[in-house]
Design a protein around this ligand. Structure first.
Ligand code: GLA
Length: 409
């Protein structure tokens, strides 16, 4: 080979190495919806629990509301076999993962699994490092539909390379598998992971608190409000196929009814993945009502795919807007404070253009919208094109009022 062909070959190789990752397309046109074991069960999972969850997803109506993934988190793993293929924990999953996937699929649901880019998972189970292609192949053989890929025990590993490697492995394995990146935002994946993952965590783990950060010596856990604040500045990076993930829901795990409403509303306003974190086998009617609020799910799943924005905060209230397909807007007035706050809504205060992402304008001075309250379900009249005294609104402590503004032709 002459020098010129060697040079060309090297160039081609470099171009290949630096080409786009080939993630599975079409799996995340809207944010993913499902359930995950971690928030409620941590490592204490087995096949009976997961089957019970799958059954409850169907009987409660959650599946039909759109929650289709049933995702195992950490601690499903056993050992690798003599060829290096990962096996399920034989005591907790005696019938194996293929049987569990079949059970879940038979109910019109999909199965998700969890691994880690490092040597071990966060709970000390085998990680995928050095076994990426084998693990992806094994998941595909089992019929897995979703992989959450964590970031513990990865000292000195390049995040982009590690996630890209698993993305390629999933592609090679031949089964479309949703790729949920869980790197906690440490390496700003929103800047580089658009072609690699379908969603990426933007911060540390959530815990069941509305507004208190939990501080440990080497890490923190975020409250609902912490997650919202972290996500606030990242909206330009989200869109169909690639979503910011402020972590799984804590609805039904001990927050007040108002906090649950606010938490759920804000995840929908932010076009976040809706991954339930409660025990859906034994939830209250109130929790189910929050999780199956179809008007809010429609806001989350809106096909325009734009993450909402906080237009401004005033007198303790946060005013959020999300443009929707067809000219509608979703609006939420969030009260993060510990006391009720009253305000007067004058639509003319909210004239703005979303120059950052959608280019859409509210134009309350030109258009009239019908106002639907998304928690009472009631129609509350129309917006006005002129400034006027406005409507008085009281938002209870740590609660929310949410509307769909339906544009009149
Ligand atoms: C990390 C992740 C969590 C969960 C645990 C499991 O902390 O961020 O979401 O998956 O690991 O060990």
């Amino acid at each position: 080979m002459n020098r010129r062909s060697v040079f060309t070959l090297l160039l081609l190789l470099l171009l290949h190495l630096d080409g786009k990752a080939q993630k599975w397309e079409g799996l995340a046109r809207t944010p993913q919806m499902g359930w995950n074991s971690w928030n409620r069960f941590q490592g204490d999972i087995d096949e009976d629990v997961i089957k019970g969850i799958a059954d409850a997803m169907v009987s409660s109506g959650l599946r039909d509301a759109g929650y289709t993934y049933v995702n195992l988190d950490d601690c499903w793993h056993g050992r690798r076999d003599s060829d290096g293929f990962i096996q399920a924990d034989p005591e907790r999953f005696p019938h194996g993962m293929k049987a569990l996937a079949d059970y879940v699929h038979a109910r019109g649901l999909k199965l998700g699994i969890y691994s880690d880019a490092g040597t071990e998972t966060c709970a000390g189970r085998p990680g995928s490092m050095g076994h990426e292609f084998q693990d992806a192949l094994q998941y595909a053989r089992w019929g897995v539909d979703y992989l959450k890929y964590d970031w513990c025990n990865t000292a000195d590993v390049n995040a982009r390379g590690a996630y890209r490697l698993m993305c390629d492995a999933l592609r090679q394995a031949g089964r479309p598998i949703f790729f949920s990146m869980c790197e906690w935002g440490d390496n700003q994946p929103w800047r580089w992971a658009r072609d690699i993952g379908h969603s990426w965590r933007i911060g540390p783990d959530i815990w069941c608190s509305f507004d208190s950060t939990r501080v440990f010596p080497t890490y923190v856990q975020c409250s609902v409000m912490d997650c919202i604040h972290r996500n606030d500045s990242l909206r330009r990076y989200a869109g169909p196929g690639h979503w910011n993930d402020p972590d799984m829901l804590e609805v039904g795990n001990g927050l007040t009814a108002g906090q649950d409403r606010a938490h759920f509303t804000m995840w929908c306003m932010m076009a976040s993945p809706l991954i339930l974190g409660n025990d859906v086998r034994s939830m209250s009617a109130g929790t189910l009502a929050v999780l199956t609020n179809r008007d809010l799910i429609a806001v989350d799943q809106d096909t325009l795919g734009v993450q909402g924005l906080r237009l401004f905060s005033r007198d303790g209230l946060d005013y959020w807007f999300k443009p929707l397909a067809g000219g509608d807007w979703a609006m939420a007035v969030l009260n993060p404070t510990r006391r009720p706050v009253s305000c007067t809504l004058d639509w003319q205060d909210f004239n703005f253009t979303d120059g950052e992402v959608s280019g859409r304008s509210t134009a309350f001075d030109k258009h009239i919208y019908k106002v639907k309250n998304l928690w009472t379900g009631r129609m509350e009249g129309k917006t006005s094109v002129r400034p006027k005294a406005g409507r008085r609104l009281t938002v209870p402590a740590q609660d929310v009022v949410a509307y769909r503004l339906i544009r009149q032709k």
